[in-house]
Ligand binder design. Structure first.
Ligand code: ZN
Length: 270
């Protein structure tokens, strides 16, 4: 988890260059010979104009889109065992040893991302057909990427028609061959549209395709099971130390409930 957050923040949010006209007629790229758009294979035509920023151009889409981009960077670079080494994971023999500790970490991060994509349905509103939580919208988009990666990389398995036994099956041996390339394809688009201020393509791809919830399978069945199996949010309650009989220090712990949390605060420093 630490590793995923580290890559997400530092190499996700922290990287990339937005192409911009910084002042009238001044560019931070070669305007006479602009970079080639890897999708169209033609020079890029859009960029940020003076006074435009990513937030002002992307508006309400800005946060969730950027979270998805950073999560995709984390998913793609977690596969780089040299990076996992930096975070102190044993990478086993050679560059890629999926049976190593680093392989376990990689598998866990893909699996928990897939699970988060399912749990995300709690934050999708069927009435407005809108997402209410930016990170969860992003994770749903990444799960969809896994599910469409092909070759049975990630499938949703169930026997019951109401999906009460819904299980995620993610093939650990295909993370590097199928999962990572699928994430990279999505990442390339997200990154390209951001760097070139191409809000129209971004909206069409992100809202219209990647995170669009269609059909009763997701909108009704998966969502219903997620809501049914929802557990209360975990509360972390801090214990207190008190001076007991004969000056002995005693540890006082509390129940992990709202009441326990209030009691823990109330009895502190008294
Ligand atoms: Zn983030």
């Amino acid at each position: 988890m630490l590793k995923q957050v580290g890559i997400h923040e530092l190499l996700g949010h922290g990287t990339g260059k937005n192409l911009r006209e910084t002042a009238p007629g001044v560019y931070n790229f070669n305007h006479a010979s602009p970079p080639i758009n890897p999708i169209t294979e033609r020079p890029i035509t859009t960029y940020y104009k003076p006074n435009q920023t990513y937030s002002s151009v992307f508006g309400p889409l800005a946060s969730t889109y950027e979270e998805c981009r950073a999560e995709c960077v984390a998913m793609a670079l977690s596969c780089d065992f040299n990076i996992l080494k930096i975070f102190g994971f044993d990478t086993g023999k050679g560059d890629i040893d999926m049976s190593s500790k680093a392989g376990d970490v990689l598998y866990t991060s893909y699996l928990s991302m897939a699970r988060a994509g399912i749990m995300a349905m709690e934050f999708w509103d069927p009435k407005s057909k809108k997402w209410g939580q930016i990170h969860m919208q992003a994770r749903y988009g990444i799960l969809k990427t896994f599910l469409t990666a092909g070759h049975g990389f990630c499938v949703l398995d169930y026997e019951n028609d109401d999906l009460s036994d819904l299980t995620i099956k993610l093939d650990r041996s295909k993370i590097l061959s199928h999962g990572r390339p699928a994430v990279e394809r999505v990442l390339r688009l997200l990154h390209l549209f951001k760097c070139t201020a191409d809000i129209e393509s971004a909206r069409e791809f992100y809202d219209g395709e990647l995170t669009c919830v269609e059909g009763p399978f997701w909108a009704e069945k998966v969502r219903e099971q997620v809501l049914k199996k929802k557990t209360p949010r975990k509360v972390f309650v801090q214990a207190n130390t008190v001076l007991g009989e004969g000056g002995k220090v005693e540890l006082r712990e509390y129940e992990a409930t709202c009441e326990g949390m209030i009691r823990s605060w109330a009895e502190r420093d008294v």
